[in-house]
Ligand binder design. Structure first.
Ligand code: 26Q
Length: 840
């Protein structure tokens, strides 16, 4: 066909008159008929399978592409509107974005759920079955990555212009299988069947240098200049994923960078000479974005991890400066008026030195001007107080990899320490504590210090955490610049973690208080009067019962374990870590087992203990905790004296996808970290909004959840943060607690003597010995308080009506924990980014 008018798949041209049911264009129409035509088109032209060979995964791909088409105009208009109006944009820099499946979320946010259901039904397909086909991009470890994803959803929904910048890992977090009770890691090949959501932008690419040396020279005008002669060169290519807001036209973007080799002609142009060869064989270019690093890897200071961080930061900042260059009404001097750049933990904190390099070396700005712009541009969010989790890089390695950045960091440090001296004369101990270069145990670059010095705003992620930050790891910095510090308590998106995950509750809420809660979680307070309504309580219980039955079916299918949906579902899902104390939960289960074995007639309100979570592959203790959970489960589940009232299940491969089924099915949420260790937690909020009661320590955001819901609706136990410190200061000895509690001693003996390991006394010895002789996270100190609190939980469960009231109140009072509230605070207090209505 040449020179003929373009025809759409229905045989009409976009401009020709259409019959009523064909009124909508198949790329953009929001009705079911247009969507059905779009699916048919994509099956034929994009998926390219004969009609007889179509399976649900092909419908998934076709529907995903049709939905992506419907976001395109909104995507383009969103960027155009913010550029045209000169509005400030948030750039969220994060090494992780744990997005979860996209189709359901995009249908919800676009208002297309009904149309998709009808269109697929007309083609003999079920939407649920099609949704289940989507592989999940596991581009994050846990809370921090998922928080970044919730924040993108809220930014778009609040109509704030924003770009997420990160890494397009070819392999995300490993898939977890359980074999013989042990965790086995399998590579996550999430891209094998392609990714319909992303659009590759090969023309949006930047060169990234690495290694080599910094060359100092004098330019034509007699100024001292520095050029970085790289040892090797990489290219970063952008892949864009649309981020559609709920019920608005705003469609922001997540730009993920993928590493490529540089074509040889570009190399010549760069004149890298011999230095390229020197490191060439070490890693090939594509390796850089190959795989996500698990957290808690003992092998710290990995050079490739630093390269990943630098790579995505450099591409992102070059992209931002490129956008600035294209603005008619602003130059690079106005960077901080047009972009707010947030550092999600220290992982992207090399951005401080990189922006200085780009401004001073490549844009020829004065140091002072560049520094003012840099500090005004960046904000830094801290996510941990654990000293071992604070990022540092060995100086030597850092200098070999980023020689110019090391010089820049020295200069930042020199000027910064002069400021400290001026404010605190003669306090050399303070200078050593605050330096960007740590001296103990070999010289190190301290990334949290770099991020703090280079940002105008520093925040923690829950009230307690922000207070502890100011009192501990960043105390000296707080004394230097108190005005920089604030708290931004985390939040989670009600679109994914209530509407999508819990359709039954969504419907009940819509019927009871209207749909406003989806964008204003404060409206959930409207549920409070219904607490006294017996018929409403019955509906509430029915919803929970259905969710539990759905999870029980899934667990049966994945593990073979049968759970009774009438039992109390007691759930702990999160990364496996000693500070999160999954083993404390296990000690309680073993205590109940022990009581039942001692006294077979004992009546215990029946409970299903459900666990899920991944251990870092190199984390010895965490992997043994998984084995212990499964071993106790195997023994408990098989023992007729015990399994009448106790069951234990470990859900393999905890992910965003199965989280949708898990949170809504919980009656009790376990948030039992050692006080002072969990920065915030966000799983705790996901349980709360879905009506679970919490058993928890006064740690992270638990403190604020309890404040909101009232202490009569929250099971609190354990030492407070200051009590933990006091116990440690006195010299903590777990034996004091073990000797004082016969049940705890018996429980540890049962685990040690092989009761749960077919007589094997070796397998759990490291765990039990650690608790008996070291116990760094005070499991033994909190044991008695925890078990007593669990006994109160069991008593409370027996009164079903009262439990239901508490459950309703948990949802009703969870409004504070919406990511919309959190993002509004970031926008108002730190970013100065305002709503912008997009028209299409
Ligand atoms: C660092 C260096 C090398 C390799 C990996 C890492 C790495 C990667 C991911 C270190 C940490 C993480 C993730 C941390 C995380 O998820 N932190 C959690 O952040 C949540 C959101 O603020 C909080 O709610 C949790 O309390 C906090 O533990």
């Amino acid at each position: 066909m040449t020179d003929v008018e373009h025809k759409t798949s229905d045989g009409t041209s976009p401009t020709s008159p259409r019959p009523a049911d064909l009124a909508e264009h198949s790329r953009t129409g929001m009705g079911a008929p247009a969507l059905q035509r779009a699916i048919t088109d994509h099956l034929r032209y994009s998926v390219g399978r004969p009609a007889a060979a179509l399976r649900p995964e092909h419908y998934y791909r076709a529907l995903a592409l049709a939905v992506r088409d419907r976001m395109q105009d909104r995507r383009v208009a969103s960027t155009q509107t913010s550029l045209d109006l000169g509005r400030k944009v948030t750039c969220y820099l994060s090494a992780e974005f744990l997005m979860g499946p996209q189709l359901g979320n995009n249908l919800l946010n676009l208002g297309l759920e009904g149309a998709a259901k009808s269109a697929l039904a007309a083609m003999g397909q079920s939407l649920d079955e099609v949704l289940a086909c989507e592989p999940e991009p596991g581009l994050g470890n846990g809370g921090l990555g998922r928080l970044a994803a919730c924040y993108l959803d809220s930014l778009a929904t609040l109509e704030r212009p924003a770009i997420g910048y990160g890494i397009r890992y070819e392999f995300g977090i490993f898939n977890q299988q359980i074999q013989d009770g042990w965790q086995i890691e399998k590579t996550d090949n999430w891209l094998v069947n392609g990714n319909p959501w992303e659009i590759a932008k090969p023309d949006v690419n930047y060169l990234v240098k690495w290694g080599g040396y910094a060359e100092h020279y004098t330019d034509e005008t007699g100024n001292d200049r520095v050029r970085w002669v790289a040892g090797r060169l990489l290219k970063g290519v952008a892949y864009d994923t649309p981020i559609q807001g709920y019920g608005v036209n705003t469609c922001n973007v997540l730009t993920l960078w993928s590493a490529r080799a540089v074509e040889s002609f570009a190399l010549e142009a760069f004149n890298t000479g011999d230095y390229y060869k020197a490191v060439e064989d070490e890693v090939t270019s594509e390796t850089v974005t190959k795989v996500l690093y698990p957290n808690d890897e003992p092998e710290a200071g990995k050079r490739l991890r630093l390269l990943q961080q630098y790579f995505f930061v450099s591409c992102s900042l070059q992209h931002i400066l490129h956008i600035m260059d294209d603005l008619a009404d602003a130059g690079v001097g106005e960077l901080a008026e047009r972009f707010a750049v947030q550092l999600n933990d220290t992982h992207p904190s090399i951005a401080v030195a990189e922006l200085m390099r780009l401004l001073v070396d490549e844009r020829d700005l004065d140091w002072e001007d560049a520094w003012e712009i840099t500090v005004a541009t960046f904000g830094y969010t801290n996510h941990t107080l654990l000293p071992e989790a604070l990022e540092t890089w060995p100086l030597e390695m850092f200098g070999e990899s980023l020689p110019r950045h090391l010089e820049i960091i020295y200069e930042i440090n020199r000027r910064f320490l002069d400021e400290v001296r001026a404010k605190f004369p003669g306090d050399e101990a303070r200078i050593r504590r605050m330096s960007l270069i740590g001296e103990d145990g070999g010289k190190k670059v301290r990334m949290a210090h770099l991020a703090t010095v280079g940002s105008h705003a520093v925040n923690g992620v829950a009230a307690l955490h922000s207070d502890l930050l100011k009192a501990s790891v960043l105390k000296d910095f707080y004394e230097m610049w108190p005005e920089r510090f604030s708290n931004k308590t985390n939040g989670v998106t009600p679109r994914r973690f209530l509407a999508l995950a819990n359709p039954g509750l969504r419907e009940l809420l819509d019927r009871t208080i209207g749909e406003g809660w989806l964008t204003d979680m404060g409206r959930l307070r409207g549920l409070e009067p219904f607490v006294e309504d017996g018929a409403f309580r019955q509906q509430w219980r029915d919803v929970k019962r259905n969710n539990k039955a759905r999870l029980a079916r899934y667990i049966k299918q994945e593990t073979g374990i049968d759970l009774n949906p009438n039992w109390l579902f007691d759930v702990q899902v999160k990364r496996i870590h000693e500070y999160k104390r999954q083993h404390l939960n296990v000690l309680h289960i073993v205590a109940l087992y022990h009581r039942l074995k001692q006294n077979p007639g004992l009546s215990i309100p029946p409970r299903a203990f459900i666990f899920g979570g991944k251990a870092a592959p190199g984390y010895f203790m965490a992997k043994r905790i998984i084995k212990l959970i499964n071993a106790v489960g195997e023994t408990v589940n098989a023992d007729p004296e015990v399994n009448k009232s106790l069951k234990v299940a470990f859900v393999p491969n905890f992910s965003v996808k199965n989280a949708h089924m898990i949170y809504p099915a919980a009656n009790l949420s376990e948030q039992i970290s050692t006080a002072g260790k969990e920065a915030s937690g966000t799983g705790n909020m996901k349980f709360m909004i879905n009506g679970a009661l919490t058993i928890g320590t006064l740690d992270g955001a638990n403190v604020e959840m309890r404040e909101e819901v009232g202490d009569e609706n929250f099971f609190v136990f354990g030492l407070t943060e200051s009590e933990v410190e006091a116990v440690k200061a006195k010299g903590y000895r777990p034996a004091d607690y073990i000797d004082g509690n016969d049940e705890l001693r018996a429980v540890l003996d049962l685990i040690a003597d092989g009761t749960f390991s077919h007589g094997d006394t070796e397998v759990f010895k490291p765990l039990v010995d650690n608790l008996r002789y070291d116990d760094p996270f005070l499991v033994c100190a909190d044991y008695t308080s925890y078990v007593e609190c669990q006994d109160r939980v069991s008593a409370a469960w027996l009164d079903g009506e009262s439990w239901t009231k508490m459950s309703i109140l948990n949802t009703a009072r969870s409004g504070k924990f919406s990511s919309d509230r959190a993002i509004a605070e970031y926008c108002d207090d730190i970013w100065n980014v305002w709503p912008l209505t997009v028209k299409v």
